[in-house]
Each structure stands twice: as C-alpha cells, then as structure tokens.
Design a protein around this ligand. Structure first.
Ligand code: GLN
Length: 259
C-alpha cells in the first residue's frame, strides 16, 4: 500500500496527475478527448456496469444514466472521463485506495458507507423492490419470512434483508442478473434489488414479476474520497447546474421512459 502510494506520488510529481491513470485490462470507456493540444486531466469513475439503465455495456461502451451524468460533470470540470468497470464490491475500495476519483454505480447513501466516503448531493431516488415468479404466493415483504432470498452481494438489498431475515435466509450473488437467474430456476424464492435494474431483468426473463409494494426507498449519490473535499465541492456545483438547467432530467428521461 505504502509502496503504491509512493509510486503514485512519484508519478504525479513527474508527469502530472493526468498521465497516471494506469490501465486495467482495457475494461474502460472514454467519452473522447479534447482536440486542443493541452492534455486534460482524467476523472476516473469506478462502477459496476451491470446495472441497467444506470450503467451497462452497449456496443463496447459503458452507457447509462450514471455514465452520461459523469460525462456531463467531467465536461463542466474541464476533465476527461474514464470509466473503470469492476465488481460492485470493489468500487469503494478503488475510491479509498486512490485508483478512482468518483464512484457512480446507482450507489445508495447509507450511514455505514458515509463513515468511509463522502457523498455528493443525491441525484436520483432508488427503490428496493421484490421480484418473484408470476405464480408465487409471496405478495409482500411480510411473506418473505422463511423464504430463501437472492441479493447482489453488499448492496443495500443484501444489507436490509440480512437485517430483517437473518444471514441464513440470504443467498448472495456477484451480479444482480445471477440472483434473478437463481429465481428463475427455483433456487431462491425472491430477489430484492433496485427497481430500475429489476424492470430490465424481468423484461429479459419470462415468468417473473415485481411486487407492487416496495421494500425500501433510498437515494443515489456520487461517492468521493473523504480527503478529496475540493472535488466534492466541484462535483456538487456541477451537479446543481445539471439539475437547474434540466440536463439531469433529460438524461434520466432518455433511459427511463415515463409510464
Ligand atoms: N443501490 C444499491 C446499493 O447501493 C445497489 C447498487 C448496485 O448494485 N450497483 O447498494
């Protein structure tokens, strides 16, 4: 760790931070650079691009609400955006070790996470919902007692259901899509996950439905390293402008059609 920091520091001093991003196996997307000679500083966003419509791969690029909002913020900051795709679990680790500047991953603000990182002002409302099979007897969260519940590891769905129903009731998956597959093949009886990806997963798999009664309401925000208060201020200012001029809503509307 110390060695890594020293290397990073040396790198920063020698080349200027912009050149020190480091490569991680080509799993990255870029919003294109400026053409005006001067190399822009890079804003590195960590995410888990398996969370439609917030972030997902399409034609070899990471797209979605978070990807576009991050690009708009980077633009306002005069920076070039790079998106690094990793396990949801790893995003905050990347942030805390300085490998990423921001995390945008449909990430819910929670008190535990706030102990380790700062969050921007919220930019979206999130909802934890319950997916069941169409013929399921489960009609609300009360019926989840005694059932096997699938979740994506370390998400708020995991945290809340573990609190409510105990560790033994929970089966954790690396990807939300895997939890949904387990529901389809009967190894879990319900999946608790965020509403928008739930809609995408249910649309892609026959025989599943989302219960009307939701499990929890929460807020998504951008996570930033506690030491980086200057970036936090800049991101909040940029986000406010994107809210005020309607850009944020336009991006959301492109990905979440009104019902
Ligand atoms: N909103 C959930 C959380 O923050 C899930 C996020 C995700 O899976 N990308 O825990």
């Amino acid at each position: 760790m110390k060695k890594l920091l020293t290397v990073l520091l040396a790198c920063a001093m020698l080349l200027g931070l912009a050149a020190c991003g480091g490569d991680n196996g080509g799993q990255q997307a870029n919003n294109g650079g400026g053409t005006d000679g001067e190399k822009k500083e890079t804003l590195v966003m960590a995410t888990n691009a398996e969370f439609p419509p917030y972030e997902y791969w399409e034609n070899n690029a990471i797209v979605g609400i978070d990807a576009e909002v991050a690009a708009a913020i980077a633009d306002k900051l005069g920076m070039e955006l790079r998106i690094d795709d990793m396990a949801f679990d790893s995003t905050l680790v990347a942030l805390q070790s300085g490998q990423a500047d921001i995390v945008m991953a449909g990430m819910t603000v929670t008190p535990d996470r706030q102990e380790n990182v700062n969050f921007s002002e919220p930019y979206a409302e999130g909802h934890q919902v319950i997916i069941v099979t169409e013929d399921s007897e489960i009609a609300s969260s009360d019926d989840l007692a005694g059932k096997k519940i699938g979740v994506q590891q370390n998400t708020t769905g995991d945290i809340y259901t573990t609190d409510d129903f105990g560790d033994e009731a929970i089966q954790r998956f690396n990807r939300g899509a895997d939890a949904v597959m387990a529901l389809s093949n009967g190894s879990v009886q319900a999946v608790v996950i965020d509403l928008e990806p739930a809609k995408a997963f249910v649309a892609a798999n026959e025989g599943l439905k989302i219960l009307e009664t939701e499990y929890a309401t929460e807020e998504y925000a951008i996570a930033i390293n506690k030491n980086d208060t200057e970036l936090l201020d800049k991101v909040n200012a940029a986000l406010q402008e994107l809210k005020d001029d309607g850009t944020l809503q336009q991006i959301v509307d492109r990905y979440i059609p009104a019902e």
